[in-house]
Each structure stands twice: as C-alpha cells, then as structure tokens.
Design a binder for this molecule. Structure first.
Ligand SMILES: O=C(O)CNC(=O)[C@H](CS)NC(=O)CCC(=O)C(=O)O
Length: 294
C-alpha cells in the first residue's frame, strides 16, 4: 500500500446506470452520480455510452437525438462547471451533419473540462451490427454514421485520455494507435449486451490494458432498459498491469480508482513492449479488408 498523504494520485470515478428513454430521469441519475463523485474529490467522472437515453425503438432513439449545441449538453456543461470536475460523456446520440435529409446520428463521446467547455469529441468508428441467433440482434449502422477518424488523446488532470466507445474494444488496432499517440488511459464507455458481456467484457478490457500499458476506464450500462434491452454492467477500472482495481456492484452506482502515472511509466520502462514491436511484420494484418457477407 502506498497512500502518500501529501501527494495523492488523482481520483477518477466510473459510473454505472440503467438508462431508459426518459432523458430527464437519466440526467437526474447522472447528476446525482457526478455530484457524489465530486463530493469525494474525484477530478474526472466517466459516464457510460447512452448516458443520455436508450430508446426502445429506432424511431424513439432518433426522435430524442440532439446536437452538441442542444439543451442536454448545455445542462452537462453547467454540471461540470458547478462541480468543477472533468466529464467523459461516453456515447451521446448526436444528430448527424445532414440530419434534415437523412435522419442519421453519430454515437459521440465528449470530454468536458472542469469549466464546462467541450474539449474533445470522438465519433464511434466501429458500429455494432451483430446477430446472435435468439440472443442479440442489433444493427447500429441502420441509424448511425460511422465516425471518420481517431481523435488524438486529450490532456486532462488525470493524464492523457484516449477516446473509444463500447464495440471499439474488440479492435485492438484503435487502442494501439491511441497508445502510440501518447494515451495513458483508454476509455470504453459501454452498453455491452448481457450475452457478450458474460463471455468477453473483462478479458477484453484487461487485454487492452496489458497490451497498451494504459489504465482502462469502462463506465457501463447495466440491467433492463426496456423489454428488448438488458446490459451487462460491471463498470470497472483496470490498471496498466491488467489488474482490476475498481468495479461497480449491482445496479446504479460508481467505483473509484487512483491514477498513478508513475506506475504507467515504470511498467513501460520495465517491459518496453513498444520497443519490441515488429512493425515490419504486421503490415498484412493492418491491411486486411472487410470481406462481403459470407
Ligand atoms: O443503441 C444505443 O442507444 C447506444 N448504443 C449501443 O448500445 C451500442 C450499439 S447498439 N452497443 C454496443 O456497441 C454493444 C457492444 C457489445 O455488446 C459487444 O461488443 O459485445
């Protein structure tokens, strides 16, 4: 144990919640969680994908989408300012550029600073189009535009934060790219399905932490959102050695972790995997193209 009284490592909080279609109710839940984290001196709070709402149909989802200038983000800006905390708003249903014509959205992850300014926006690049017979059927691309780019890590009071969302977790290339650009923490705000979460959630998060030597912060949706959607939960923080250092219990709540950037540096020094990478060999893997449906 090394809790140094005069030089505490900054504290972060990862949230877990059950969004419904009711935006006001979800905001009330999130603002309670953020206030609680702030009262315990967390300096950055991470909210999950779809912290704004989870609709029970495509129509309901689209009808509630807003722009970054809309009322909801305005309210979150006020919350960040009032509490003086940085916020990761992981997975906002953002109206796309050509909304009037195509009614399509982005799945957007925003970072707000402690004054309430938007300092970064990442739009989810890998969309969840998955059909597991009798268990999972989601086609995100039906109403979502894939983000065009990876966003460089953002400097925050807890370190350089790389932005991802949920299903991005399954594509190690984006995590490696963010680590290469200097990320010290990777974020995966999520709404993992129960089926895939049981099988894959923790092992994927720990793998991304170990291979990038980053902290991994994964806020999560949990429980039953409507008659058709249930999420896995298990919001957690993993340290750069792959240890789960915080995890939420059942239901709505938070878990806390201290971020030790010295530890990141030490692990990278002791096991310099970046130096050992054989980039000369992997070209073919990175270049694999999607093949048409089998
Ligand atoms: O639909 C919304 O409103 C918000 N978006 C989501 O919940 C997204 C797309 S449907 N969910 C996932 O990516 C689950 C990934 C997953 O479960 C896995 O990779 O196994």
């Amino acid at each position: 144990m090394s809790i140094v009284a005069n030089a505490p490592n900054p504290l972060i909080a990862a949230c877990q919640m059950t969004s419904t279609a009711n935006k006001d109710q979800n905001f009330a839940t999130c603002s309670r969680l953020v206030r609680e984290a702030a009262s315990r001196s967390a300096c950055m709070v991470f909210l999950p994908e779809a912290f704004d709402f989870i609709g029970s149909s495509t129509e309901e989802t689209l009808s509630q989408a807003e722009t970054l200038q809309g009322d909801l983000i305005q309210r979150y800006k006020g919350l960040a300012r009032e509490c003086g905390v940085w916020l990761s708003l992981g997975g906002f249903h953002e109206r796309g550029n050509d909304w009037e014509n195509d009614r399509r959205i982005y799945n957007s992850h925003l970072i707000l600073d402690g004054k309430g300014s938007v300092v970064s926006v990442y739009r989810k690049t890998h969309l969840f189009d998955v059909e597991l017979e009798g268990r999972v059927s989601l086609k995100e691309s039906k109403f979502t535009i894939p983000g065009p780019e990876i966003i460089p890590p953002v400097s925050t009071p807890v370190g350089k934060v790389g932005l991802e969302i949920c299903y991005d977790l399954r594509f190690p290339e984006i995590s490696l790219a963010l680590a290469q650009e200097g990320a010290e923490l990777l974020t995966f705000p999520s709404a993992f399905t129960l089926t895939t979460g049981l099988a894959h959630w923790e092992v994927l998060l720990r793998a991304r932490a170990i291979e990038t030597q980053c902290y991994v912060v994964a806020a999560a949706q949990t429980g039953r959102h409507n008659e058709r959607r249930t999420s896995f939960g298990h919001a957690m923080v993993v340290d750069p050695w792959g240890c789960v250092v915080a995890q939420c219990t059942e239901g709505t709540g938070l878990c806390y972790a201290q971020v030790d950037l010295q530890y990141v540096r030490r692990i990278r020094q002791e096991m310099p995997i970046v130096m050992h990478r054989r980039a000369d060999l992997y070209g073919k893997v990175a270049a694999i193209k999607a093949t048409p449906n089998l």
